[in-house]
Design a protein around this ligand. Structure first.
Ligand SMILES: Nc1ncnc2c1ncn2[C@@H]1O[C@H](COP(=O)(O)OP(=O)(O)O)[C@@H](O)[C@H]1O
Ligand SMILES: [Mg+2]
Length: 258
């Protein structure tokens, strides 16, 4: 039992590069430039565990600090498309991606993109219509513009998965991820794109995606993710740089004491 326990990830790996202050990267612009079909902020967002649009909510605080680190590192690396992934299901990929994107949207243009075709959550969390989205782009049925939403009054673009007409396993391996990422790079306002991705170890979807993004945030869940799975994931994702490894469910007490 003890041996098994010691294999679990238990400490925050502080490999983010803390550097310049947020002010360096936050512009004074107030009007969103991210384009897209305007949608209202979902009233259920906080119930889904997304706090980034609620700056006074203490649960948003870890993501405000995380955004500083991510924006600084992305700026230094000239990274525009950042994938959020983890070894296995249910470790907090969508939670971190949605909270990080909403936190960033308070100070900069950002786009949250759902690329977990087999288990998408973004449309439900943000209460978006079931049309357009990454499935249509990957399937060659639609352009990005058709499934691109913008939260009214925020600098937050969102691209959900949309209607899945094809086999999800086929879509990612079709080799069209590069086209999708190219379209993300061409979005108006040049937002930082945060991609809510599939896990690394379940199938090869994430390995296909990793080849086309600029950088990766690797999530581990305290008491659940094993060191072995984390190490194997980091190995499989090479050579795409891992911006940092984040220990979920210990973010507040361990990394960001209030
Ligand atoms: N640190 C956290 N605090 C509270 N709820 C969390 C946390 N991390 C994840 N969750 C919740 O746990 C569930 C699974 O997380 P999710 O991000 O959907 O996992 P994944 O995308 O890795 O499959 C979701 O309901 C999410 O809101
Ligand atoms: Mg998810």
């Amino acid at each position: 039992m003890e041996a098994a326990k010691s294999n679990l990830v238990t400490e925050m790996e502080r490999d983010f590069v803390p550097s310049a202050t947020l002010a360096t990267f936050a512009s004074e612009r107030r009007e969103p430039t991210v384009g897209g079909v305007p949608v209202r902020v979902s009233e259920d967002l906080v119930d889904w565990g997304v706090y980034g649009l609620e700056p006074s909510d203490p649960r948003a605080r870890p993501f405000v600090l995380l955004r500083t680190q991510i924006m600084a590192t992305a700026q230094r690396m000239k990274a525009r498309c950042i994938a959020v992934t983890s070894p296995k299901a249910g470790e907090g990929k969508s939670y971190v991606a949605a909270n990080l994107a909403t936190a960033i949207s308070r100070v900069a243009d950002v786009c949250l993109v759902d690329l977990h075709l087999r288990r998408p959550v973004v449309a439900e969390w943000f209460d978006l219509p079931a049309k357009g989205g990454t499935a249509g782009v990957l399937g060659g049925r639609q352009s990005m513009a058709e499934g691109y939403y913008r939260v009214e009054g925020e600098r937050l673009g969102i691209i959900p998965v949309g209607l899945l007409q094809e086999d999800a396993s086929m879509l990612v391996s079709l080799g069209t991820v590069d086209t999708l990422v190219e379209q993300l790079r061409g979005l108006p306002g040049e937002p930082l794109c945060i991609l809510d991705c599939p896990p690394v170890l379940e199938n090869d979807d994430m390995l296909q995606i990793a080849r086309h993004v600029d950088a990766i945030i690797l999530i581990a869940e305290e008491g659940k993710t094993t060191q072995g799975d984390l190490g194997e994931s980091a190995r499989l994702l090479r050579p795409t740089p891992v911006l940092g490894t984040l220990l979920n469910r210990s973010i507040v007490p361990a990394a960001f004491p209030s």
